[in-house]
Design a protein around this ligand. Sequence first.
Ligand code: PYC
Length: 335
Amino acid sequence: MAVHVFKCIDAHTCGNPVRLVKEGAPDLIGQTMEEKRQHFMRDYDWIRRGLMFEPRGHDMMSGSILYPPHKKENDVAILFIETSGCLPMCGHGTIGTMTIALEEGLIQPKTPGRIRLETPAGLVKIDYHKPKDKVEWVKITNVPSFMASENLKVDSSVLGELHFDVAYGGNFYAIIDEQENFSGMHNYSAGELVSLSQELRKKINTKYPGRFVHPQNPNINKVSHILWTGQPLDPSSNGRNAVFYGDKAIDRSPCGTGTSARMAQLHAKGQLSLGDEYIHESYIGSTFKGKVEQETLISGIKGIIPSIKGWAKVYGRNTITIDTEDDPYAHGFQV
Ligand code: PYC
């Protein structure tokens, strides 16, 4: 078959896109969502590229596919498909997908107001508020998050030497705080941060090979995102960030896994305690409310269970075709 049809519902979470593929996705083999993620990446990555990259998507596009849960006590499982690949976990993607699924009646949670969601990174518990037909907010209780390495150094050909920490919040983040050679993300355009990040991510993974490996999932084994911090627009927020992901994207949302990594970093440095809230602003000023829900150990490493609360708006329905015989850009492109 040459013409593949995908029925999608589009939304944005605090400004960042989420395209849920409702029909047309492949059946996957695996006993867990991580095994299914591996199967998708091996055999069906063209679907991700076709739906996320230009001409059907764009540099910031991000999406998801829902699957039945693997354990009977859970409600649903999710695969993230993004310009950056199939992320183990995506916070804005989860908030957007749960909002779409609830508003469109695609899932019927066993306990109204709660969802047990299987992600490739592990079980994520969701609370949501849907007073009528619209979901007002979604709160994710995320996977265990932890500081992986502190005070590392990398040379930027533009900024000079930079100090950074690496923390995990569902993906590994190099967190670059304000310092002598970096005056904060609020002083840089998104384009500047993208080109700085492209160089730094490569250099960090080359300089520290094998250093950032999840203790329970060796498939998660490199810095995939750069989180630049800066001064919030609203003085009542606790921080602001620009998260670089994929090859060219700066998250328009405050980034769920990035906020989790940021809270784990601040907790490890003694700057955030159990029960503390953390209001995190995005590059465009939208906010997530984070909280340190629990202190925990991940294979002996001290960490936290963070939660992230945010909102999403559904805005479109798309029937997208990918004609793999007739369309030279069936599998998308990046410039
Ligand atoms: O919200 O976790 C997130 C995320 C990751 C990449 C883009 N957004």
